[in-house]
Structures are given as structure tokens and as C-alpha cells.
Ligand binder design. Structure first.
Ligand code: ADP
Ligand code: MG
Length: 229
């Protein structure tokens, strides 16, 4: 069963009188439980594609289906609910609230889903992230890798079906990057679906499949075998 299915996506941006064709007919399907990497040079359309797959932006043409239902023209209210309940986002810049502790940052999404925090759940996620001893720390007291792990934990709080990550290790050293990918594999082995954009082709190969994008066109769709799962 495909969790996300994109058909013939196009995206045109307008900058003054200039038209920028950022996606030129992209089709891809991601099965539930799959870990997929998207690689490609800067400006190739990775972020635009991820934003459309994550229902943060509309395509100029084509369609996106989630669980077989076309969600391309969903009303904003339904889109917000689907995004909140199905998708967890992780970004290169972490986007933690600097005045909130790691624990409070984790629990932030519950505010929007009007769910009462369950301290046991928060602690178990902190534990899984290897951050049990960091719950009371503010972001500035954490390393980059720890901040990104908090951001991943925050993305997991509403029990999403899929994690979409845009260059999640772009600001991290190689050891922290390795830890993030170990965590991704762990989550994948627990049944989560992951779509991760990266520049790093070695890290990309830790996924089940690597999709390459160039000038808004998918050029490769390679099954890789992960020895480290
Ligand atoms: N809001 C926007 N307005 C105009 N052009 C944009 C906008 N967002 C992205 N682009 C252009 O679309 C192309 C693809 O961008 P993007 O998806 O961000 O690429 P990547 O993430 O692979 O670096 C680039 O040429 C970029 O300059
Ligand atoms: Mg980008």
C-alpha cells in the first residue's frame, strides 16, 4: 500500500516577470514503512518537492494522494488536521524555541492538538533519543546533534505515520549526522515511514531507496541494500 503517491507534479514560481520551473513532472510513490532518501544538487527542487509532499505547499500541476485519497485540493482546515495527525517535519535549522527546555519543546505540538502531555510518553521519547539527562536543558545548552534529536522527538509527539526531513544533518558534524541516521533506521525498523532530503550521498545510502533529482526531474530511483538495519 502506498502511503504517499505523487503524480506528475509541477511547480512554477514567479519572480517578477520571470517564471521558474522548479519541478517538471515528478512522480513517486512511497510505501508505508519505507525509508527513502532524496538527493540532488542545490536548487534542484528538493525542498519544493518535500513541501508539496508534506502539504505545506500546493503544486502548480499534478496530484498528491495520501492512503489513496487525493489531497491536492483539500480545504485548509482538513489539510491542517491531516498534516498534524499524519506528518512530522524536521528541518536543517531545528527551529527549537530558545526559551523552552528540551522537554517543553518536545511537548509543544500537543498544544496544537489539544492533547494533555503524558509525562511517561515524553520521558520514553527522551530516553529513546538518548536525551534522558537533557530534559531540563535549554537549546543553547545542547549540542547541534542533541538539538536535532529534540526536533525529531517533537516531530514524533503526535505519532505521525511519516517523517519528512529537509537536510536534517546539514548543520551537523559527521559523528552527530551518523547518530541521526542511526535514529532514523531505528524509527524505520519500528514501522515509521521516512522521506529524508540530504546532500550527503553516503548517508543517503542508509535508506532503503535513493531518489535523485536534477533540475526538477527525477533522474534515478535506486534500491539500496542497507547492511546496518
Ligand atoms: N518561493 C520561491 N520563489 C521563487 N523561486 C523559488 C522559490 N522557492 C524555490 N525557488 C527556486 O526553485 C528552484 C528549486 O528550489 P528548492 O526546491 O529550494 O531546491 P533545493 O532544495 O534542491 O535546493 C530553485 O531554482 C529556487 O531558486
Ligand atoms: Mg533545499
Amino acid at each position: 500500500m502506498n502511503l504517499i503517491e505523487a503524480q506528475d507534479l509541477s511547480k512554477v514560481y514567479h519572480r517578477g516577470s520571470e517564471e521558474i520551473h522548479a519541478l517538471k513532472g515528478v512522480s513517486l510513490s512511497v510505501k508505508a514503512g519505507e525509508f527513502v532518501s532524496i538527493v540532488g544538487p542545490s536548487g534542484s527542487g528538493k525542498t519544493g518537492l518535500l513541501n508539496i509532499l508534506g502539504l505545506l505547499d500546493d503544486p502548480s500541476g499534478g496530484s498528491v494522494k495520501v492512503h489513496g485519497t487525493d489531497v491536492t485540493h483539500l480545504k485548509e482546515k482538513q489539510r491542517v488536521v491531516l498534516r498534524r495527525d499524519t506528518i512530522g517535519f524536521v528541518f536543517q535549522q531545528f527551529f527549537l524555541i530558545p526559551t523552552m527546555t528540551a522537554r517543553e519543546n518536545l511537548e509543544l505540538p500537543l498544544l496544537f492538538s489539544r492533547t494533555k502531555p503524558d509525562p511517561k510518553k515524553t520521558e520514553s521519547i527522551l530516553e529513546m533519543l538518548g536525551l534522558a539527562h537533557r530534559g531540563d536543558h535549554l537549546p543553547y545548552q545542547l549540542s547541534g546533534g542533541e538539538m536535532q534529536r529534540v526536533a525529531i522527538g517533537r516531530a514524533l509527539m503526535n505519532d505521525p505515520e511519516v517523517i519528512l526531513a529537509d537536510e536534517p544533518t546539514g548543520n551537523l558534524d559527521s559523528v552527530s549526522s551518523e547518530m541521526i541516521y542511526n535514529l532514523f533506521r531505528e524509527l524505520r525498523n519500528k514501522g515509521l515511514t521516512l522521506i529524508v532530503v540530504t546532500h550527503n550521498t553516503d548517508l543517503a545510502k542508509r535508506a532503503d531507496r535513493v531518489i535523485t533529482i536534477r533540475d526538477g526531474i527525477l533522474t534515478e530511483n535506486e534500491q539500496v541494500c542497507c547492511p546496518c538495519s
